[in-house]
Design a binder for this molecule. Sequence first.
Ligand code: NDP
Ligand code: 2IT
Length: 449
Amino acid sequence: MAARLDEKLEPIFQDVLRRNPGEVEFHQAVHEVLETLGPVLVKYPEYAEQKIIQRICEPERQIIFRVPWQDDKGETHINRAFRVEFNSALGPYKGGMRFHPSVYLGIVKFLGFEQIFKNSLTGMPIGGGKGGSDFDPKGKSDSEIMRFCQSLMTELYRHIGEYTDVPAGDIGVGSREIGYLFGQYKRITNRYESGVLTGKGVHWGGSLARTEATGYGTVFFVQEMLKARGDSLDGKTVIVSGSGNVAIYAMEKAMQFGAKIIACSDSSGIVVDQDGIDLDLVKRIKEVERRRISAYVEERKSAKYIEDGNIWSVPCDVALPCATQNELNGKDVKILLDNGCIAIAEGANMPTTPEGIQLIQAAGIAYGPGKAANAGGVATSALEMQQNASRDAWSFEHTESRLEEIMINIHRNCYETAEEFGAPSNYVVGANIAGFIKVAKAMDALGLV
Ligand code: NDP
Ligand code: 2IT
């Protein structure tokens, strides 16, 4: 594990280890937050007395259920699904659903825990939750995806609602899956309750700019970090891991800011295109044809595909991990630093290992942790809920400008909080403490519940 904990916080962490055996990603996420909370307990000793941190580390409710479904050949499959309703001090539980074979309780809990602080940072009235299933959507037909989503919702519907818990997408869950989930919810409940899910299609209650929001938001955050250092993205070279929802729109916004994207990836390999990634081609391959990123080089002869390649070995000014947890380790960070990288921002959740974070911070380059840098997605989900509640639909421009304003505010809040707590330009300290204090204040006000 990384840095040592404050003596008041170490026993809390030991308790988390004892109560949640084997959930290594959850342990990692908790440790990373506790590392920064020592000074908060000095300033607010009442939070220690009220055991606010112990309460935040224990989910309010955890739901685990069976999802049986049939494939196109009529064969039966059994998956396991989760919804962890972590903290509702600031609003209904809010967070995505992830469909990936690696999903187990420890992954859902790390994501749900992060979500509490991220959602707090957005300034919107949303609590923290997360869900998912070990279902693998790769290679499944639309009908198989639909039957799986319907079966999952046949149990999940009783736990969610616009004032209770509002799921959305994450890895393996986009507007197609949200559509099937919403259709089944509507059928079972006989209610057109738009605000029960976000990430909906724009023709049936979704928000313009939600698809783009996480990637765009991450790049708005990068631009703010660079601005604080008297620099900008203009003319910079950028590499982005992944080629899914977050990666694609991070590339798009970085290009709009004058950067050149030279590499992206998927879990099979990396594409390097020194002429600048052709984003329309990536969108067609990934969003329309749902193929592997290796297909890119079939049409762009100037580009190179490297199976199992390490994207972090491609020299760049700015690196944006936008795929998955622990994809950027200490060795990778050393390579990035040696190659002159000046900024790293996390579109993905917890993509950097504890050792990687320590090395980045020791080098003093700009580093935007996920709970701040990728908060634009969930913030725009909250804007979708706002539009649903008022039966309205905003323009793309209006929604994007709200998103930009939110990201600028998150940056400022993290920046100022880091200064206040004696760690200037440390956005990890700023994000954790600012996110925590807002939740703690609400928990204090709401009493022991
Ligand atoms: P997608 O499913 O659209 O894309 C995921 C991308 O990451 C794919 O290119 C995928 O490659 C790659 N990837 C996934 N798992 C692995 C793995 N184990 N090893 C290597 N590559 C992997 O998901 P999103 O773009 O929505 O999510 C990406 C990250 O961003 C996640 O960490 C998610 O939690 C986070 N995030 C998402 C938000 C959203 O609004 N969608 C909001 C905030 C954070 P392959 O196709 O080969 O699996
Ligand atoms: O990690 C995340 O913030 C998301 N997957 C988005 C959650 C949401 O509710 O929009």
